[in-house]
Unconditional design. Structure first.
Length: 201
């Protein structure tokens, strides 16, 4: 399934949600890179309104109001009631000058969701090797330790830079380049195995 289907079809959005936020199962290298690309697209889609809200809160509130009403109209049966509630909430935030604070709060929520997504995708990629998702702590703790040592030493060190680069390259190779274990493992069926054919009706 390509990016267009992931974002524009109902089944695609369910698969995208499972790809980015589900912690169980296995994913292949191509699914890992698809998740990375989808994450970048989502970041850009969230960053533009965030910058707009902080720079021009009243214009952003108007655009947000129009977009919200259009989305509610399309996806909610009782769209009129929800549109009124949404409009009153957005108007109250705008008049009270709280739109930038709401934007920062939404940005914090997006950051937490991004962290969860990163952990979920890494879990499933490690599952493809038959490894526990806890192995990603090697990368998280390793990078954290290198950053702490660099802050304590308050100087640039070629050894620290090399260690950080080595850890990053190892992560890219393991997650994005190596094939997972062949056949089923304790985390699920082979991520590259062909899907069973559905019988014709």
């Amino acid at each position: 399934m390509g990016l267009k289907e992931l974002f524009l079809t109902a089944d695609g959005r369910v698969q995208l949600r499972d790809l980015l936020f589900g912690h169980d199962g296995r994913i292949s290298r191509s699914q890992f890179w698809l998740a990375q690309l989808a994450t970048i697209i989502i970041y850009v889609a969230l960053l533009i309104p965030l910058v707009l809200v902080i720079a021009l809160p009243y214009l952003a509130a108007f655009i947000g109001l129009a977009t919200g009403i259009l989305l509610l109209r399309k996806y909610q049966a009782a769209w009129l009631v929800w549109s009124i509630i949404y409009a009153l909430l957005l108007l109250s935030l705008t008049l009270l000058g709280l739109v930038p604070y709401a934007a920062v709060g939404l940005g914090l929520i997006a950051a937490i969701l991004a962290l969860n997504s990163s952990i979920a995708v890494a879990n499933k990629r490690l599952h493809d090797f038959g490894w526990s998702g806890w192995w990603q702590l090697v990368f998280w703790i390793g990078q954290g330790a290198i950053n702490i040592v660099a802050q304590v030493r308050e100087s640039e060190s070629i050894g620290l830079e090399f260690g950080s680069l080595t850890l990053f390259v190892a992560m890219v190779v393991i997650f994005g380049c190596l094939r997972g274990s062949e056949g089923p493992n304790k985390y699920g069926p082979d991520s590259l195995a062909a899907a069973p054919a559905t019988p014709a009706a």
